[in-house]
Design a protein around this ligand. Structure first.
Ligand code: COA
Length: 248
C-alpha cells in the first residue's frame, strides 16, 4: 500500500482508489505494485467478492507517469507496470470501475478488463499511445476491436481520438453514465449487487465469459515486446520531453 493507492474493504467489496490528484492520478511504479498486490490479495481472500477500481473527481488516471517513462527510455522498463496489467487479465473476481474525469492510456485500456463500468458525464477516455511513439497495451489491440469493432477501435487506439462518456457507452465500454457526484455511489451499488451473487456461480460465469484469457496474456506479451523497444525510440523520448516542456 502507498499513500497514492487507498485500499478499503467493506461488505465483500474491495475498493482500490487511485489517489494522486495533484498529478491527475498518473501511475508510478510504486502505485502499480500496490494495485497488483491489492488485486492478488482480493483474489485469494474468500471474504472479498468484487473489486471496485476508482479514482479522483477530475481524473480516473492520466495513465503511466511520464517521468517514469523518461527514465525507462534510458534505463529499461521496470516490470511493475506489466505485472499490474497481467494481474488484470488473471483476476478471477469481478471488477467494477468508477470513472470520473480523464482516463488516459491504461486508464482506458484497463476498463476492457472490467465487468461493469460507471462513468461520470464529464469523463474523457483517450489512448494517445501513438502520439507518444508507443503502441497500445493491456491487450487492447485484441480486446478493443472485439468490443467496439475495428473502425471505432482504430480511431481510439491508433488515431488517439478521445471518447466522451456517452460515446464510450455507445461503443460498449461503459454500462451507465451518471452525474459526476453519483459515480462512486452507483459503482459501489453495482459492486455490492455483484458481491451478493452466489460466489461459485459468479466465478464460473465470469470464467466462461472470459474463455480467451490465454490469448489475452499472449497478446500482452507481444505488445510488451514492441512497447519496450519503442520506449527507447527518438519519437518517444521527444514526446515525453515535449510534455514536460509544455507544463513549464
Ligand atoms: N505523468 C506524469 N505527470 C502527469 C501526467 C502523467 N501521465 N499527467 C499529468 N501529469 C501532471 C502534470 O505534469 C501536472 O503536473 P505539475 O502541476 O507539477 O506541472 C499535473 O499532473 C496536472 O496536469 P496538467 O497537464 O496541468 O492537467 P490538464 O488538466 O491540463 O491535462 C491531461 C490533463 C491528463 C490531459 C494531461 O495532463 C496529459 O495529457 N497528461 C499526459 C497523459 C499521458 O500521455 N499519459 C500516458 C499515456 S500512455
Amino acid at each position: 500500500m502507498t499513500g497514492h493507492i487507498a485500499v478499503t474493504d467493506d461488505g465483500g467489496v474491495r475498493t482500490v482508489r487511485i489517489n494522486r490528484p495533484e498529478k491527475k492520478n498518473a501511475l508510478t511504479l510504486a502505485m502499480y505494485l500496490a494495485m497488483t498486490n491489492a488485486l492478488r490479495e482480493a483474489d485469494q481472500d474468500g471474504t472479498i467478492r468484487c473489486v471496485l477500481l476508482a479514482g479522483a473527481r477530475d481524473a480516473f488516471t492520466a495513465g503511466n507517469d511520464l517521468a517514469d517513462f523518461m527514465q525507462a527510455a534510458d534505463g529499461g522498463l521496470d516490470p511493475r507496470a506489466h505485472e499490474f496489467i497481467t494481474s488484470l487479465a488473471r483476476m478471477q473476481k469481478p471488477m467494477v470501475a468508477a470513472v470520473n474525469g480523464v482516463a488516459v492510456g491504461l486508464g482506458t485500456t484497463m476498463l476492457l478488463h472490467c465487468d461493469y463500468v460507471v462513468a461520470g458525464t464529464g469523463a474523457k477516455l483517450m489512448t494517445p499511445f501513438l502520439k507518444l511513439g508507443l503502441i497500445p497495451e493491456a491487450a487492447s489491440t485484441l480486446l478493443a476491436p472485439m468490443r467496439m469493432g475495428h473502425v471505432r477501435a482504430f480511431a481510439l487506439l491508433a488515431m488517439g481520438r478521445p471518447l466522451s462518456a456517452d460515446e464510450a457507452k455507445e461503443a460498449g465500454l461503459v454500462n451507465v453514465v451518471v452525474g459526476p457526484a453519483e459515480v462512486d455511489g452507483v459503482a459501489l451499488a453495482a459492486a455490492r449487487e455483484i458481491a451478493a451473487l452466489p460466489a461459485r456461480a459468479i466465478a464460473l460465469t465470469r470464467g466462461l465469459m472470459r474463455a480467451q484469457q490465454q490469448m489475452i496474456l499472449d497478446r500482452m506479451e507481444e505488445e510488451s515486446k514492441h512497447y519496450k523497444d519503442l520506449l527507447q525510440s527518438d519519437e518517444a523520448r521527444a514526446a515525453f520531453q515535449a510534455f514536460f516542456a509544455r507544463n513549464k
